[in-house]
Design a protein around this ligand. Structure first.
Ligand SMILES: [Mg+2]
Ligand SMILES: [Zn+2]
Length: 212
């Protein structure tokens, strides 16, 4: 994509160096890349929800980034809180239809997003799957014993996503947190930070080229 915006913070040499390590440590391994949806893949709608495909807006470069990430990570899973379902603003089927479309538009060469893990519960329901609780990730990992759970990587734009990475790591022994956003959020749990999924993917590509 040529319309990448480099406003906001610039990723540091340390971020690129960390991505080199992330890529290097996972060569030939079975592991899963978990990606938050709203604010990472598509534009977040403040105060409302993406209720249908008409509300869905790709962030610049995100779709092509996912195609590239599918060629890197053996498994790619989207993990998203969608309490609008329990609020009755949309149905689980509406959300599934959006995810089917995301999967179709990012699939290439037989590779596609492996799963969409959705928490439909209200925040005050205190379920075990609403991020930052680790349920969405641990559930998927529990069904994939061939995957090394300690090599998990969680990409997200919110504090909750980074807390999630830490909560998963507490159980699995490892889960890196990749922060996406235009400001370096002052939260712990960030291993690397990039403006966009697109920019993170460029760092992955350059790390892969260095390895070859
Ligand atoms: Mg988000
Ligand atoms: Zn839940």
């Amino acid at each position: 994509m040529s319309n990448t915006r480099f406003s906001g913070h610039c990723s540091t040499a340390a971020d690129y160096s960390s991505v080199r390590d992330i890529v290097h440590d996972r060569v030939g391994r079975q592991w899963c890349l978990f990606i938050d949806r709203d604010g990472v893949i598509n534009r977040q709608i403040v105060g409302d929800y993406v209720r249908s495909w008409a509300d869905f807006e790709w962030l610049p470069g995100a779709a092509s980034a996912i195609r590239t990430l599918l060629e890197w990570a053996p498994y790619v899973v989207v993990a998203t809180n969608q309490q609008g379902i329990s609020k009755g603003l949309m149905t689980a089927e509406d959300v599934t239809a959006i995810h089917r479309r995301i999967r179709a538009e990012t699939g290439r060469n037989g590779l596609e997003i492996n799963a969409f893990q959705v928490c439909p519960h209200l925040e005050d329901a205190h379920c075990s799957c609403r991020k930052p609780s680790p349920g969405l990730l641990l559930d998927w990992l529990g069904h994939h014993p061939e995957v090394d759970p300690a090599l998990s990587v969680m990409i997200g734009d919110s504090r909750g996503d980074l807390e999630l990475a830490q909560n998963v790591a507490a159980t699995t022994g490892g889960c890196l947190g990749v922060h996406i956003g235009d400001a370096r959020a002052p939260v712990s749990g960030i291993d690397v930070s990039f403006n966009s999924l697109h920019e993170f993917t460029l760092a992955v590509i350059s790390a892969q080229e260095e390895l070859h």
